[in-house]
Ligand binder design. Structure first.
Ligand SMILES: NC(=O)c1ccc[n+]([C@@H]2O[C@H](COP(=O)([O-])OP(=O)(O)OC[C@H]3O[C@@H](n4cnc5c(N)ncnc54)[C@H](O)[C@@H]3O)[C@@H](O)[C@H]2O)c1
Length: 375
């Protein structure tokens, strides 16, 4: 269980104003961590970060990870024990419009964060968040394993493959004696409070709130959909294991392992590989009046793979980690968060409580289903 790991611990996150970073911040704060975030700005309006009023609950630092001196100064000043690196230009379509900026943020930005770690002796554990898109996509029907080829046909995917290579070179070249580091690769996450462009759930939420139909770009594309709390539970658990690498096997783990310098996939169960159309249909069950329509023209010109799946056997074997929620639960958590936001008179205090309620419910479900990290 990582509940005790983070209490009172100083944790530095990049990308804390983003979708995943704000959920991770909310969870770390609930665990009693002293959290500092370093980000360019709040990427969307509205945002999960502002909906919860997180700026008032943590050290909210603004800066650019492309500026090595700035991220180094911020990290050294805060002197964290744990670093979660999430900041990135996170959108495939935007990477076609700004390939250089994407690669500078995602690849060189990762290098800068690791340079900051080198200059910050307090750091004991680092988790570098990349993506399932770091893999060379061969449109296979089976899941990618951590040993498969890295690659990336589009600039975003290439930048994440680069980030992996850079991170592992730092692990081997500079961090063999510590800090303990690992990379993590997760797929499409959904959940309340995402308003990013070009993502199907935010598109649906916006359309439902505006009482307009949503137009669906690639209805038959399948993705390993998972609730945002699923990979975050894996990141937190891995961070705890990295802090504890000298303590031997965690209770309940099934294999001898050392997570230092490793990469881990965090994805849904193998049978959760639904199409975009199925996600939209499932959301519609929760939102009265919600309508959708196909947008065949929106698919032209830009390549985005249609099939992408992760094999998470290594995370199960070495971390005893697997996803907690099934597809219907994932959709329900997501749809109910937006319902609460749009119809429940959203205040930062109310949305903080609501989000904390979802985190508690999720951890409770994980404990009930025997997940080691939740015991
Ligand atoms: N959301 C997903 O489905 C998904 C899937 C796989 C991987 N990821 C990865 O997870 C991480 C978080 O994704 P997200 O969905 O929360 O993204 P997001 O777009 O919601 O947030 C991105 C965050 O990074 C910050 N940022 C961007 N460029 C920066 C820069 N140059 N310097 C400092 N901060 C910068 C933004 O301010 C924001 O805080 C990213 O690394 C992303 O590539 C996300």
């Amino acid at each position: 269980m990582f509940a005790d790991t983070y209490a009172g611990r100083r944790v530095f996150l990049t990308g804390h104003t983003g979708f995943k970073g704000s959920w991770l911040s909310a969870w770390l704060l609930a665990l009693g961590a002293r959290a500092a975030g370093f980000s360019l700005g709040v990427p969307t309006t509205p945002s999960h970060f502002e909906a919860l009023g997180l700026a008032a609950r943590m050290d909210d630092l603004r800066g650019d990870i492309r500026d090595r001196a700035a991220v180094t100064a911020a990290m050294r000043a805060f002197a964290p024990e744990v670093v979660f690196h999430l900041a990135a230009q996170a959108l495939v379509r935007r990477s076609y419009e700004d390939p250089a900026g994407t690669i500078e943020s995602n690849a060189l930005g990762t290098m800068n964060v690791l340079e900051a770690v080198r200059a910050c002796p307090s750091v004991r554990a680092v988790v570098v968040i990349t993506s399932d898109k770091c893999y060379r996509n061969d449109e296979w029907v089976w899941g990618y394993r951590e040993t498969d080829h890295l690659g990336g046909a589009d600039p975003y995917s290439a930048s994440k493959g680069c980030a992996e290579i850079i991170a592992h070179s730092y692990f081997q070249s500079f961090f063999a004696q510590g800090p303990a580091c690992a990379t993590v690769r997760a797929g499409n996450v959904i959940g309340g409070g995402d308003w990013a462009a070009d993502r199907i759930v935010p598109d649906c939420a916006r359309a439902w709130a505006a009482q307009t139909p949503v137009s669906i770009r690639s209805p038959w594309a399948t993705r390993p959909w998972q609730h945002v709390l699923e990979p975050l539970s894996g990141y937190l658990w891995l961070g705890a294991r990295l802090l504890d690498t000298n303590a031997g096997l965690p209770a309940g783990a099934t294999a001898s392992f050392d997570p230092r310098g490793q990469a881990y996939n965090f994805g849904p169960a193998a049978d959760v590989n639904n199409t975009v159309a199925e996600v939209v249909e499932a959301l519609a069950l929760h939102w009265p009046g919600f309508r959708s329509e196909m947008d065949a023209a929106g698919q032209a010109g830009r390549k985005e793979c249609t099939l992408l799946k992760l094999c998470c056997d290594k995370s199960l074997a070495e971390l005893s980690w697997k996803a907690t929620l099934n597809f219907e639960e994932t959709i329900r958590y997501t749809a109910e968060w937006y319902s609460r936001y749009y119809t429940g008179g959203a205040t930062p205090a109310g949305m903080w409580d609501y989000t904390q309620g979802q985190i508690t419910a999720y951890a409770g479900a994980a404990a009930q289903r025997g997940l080691v990290w939740a015991r």
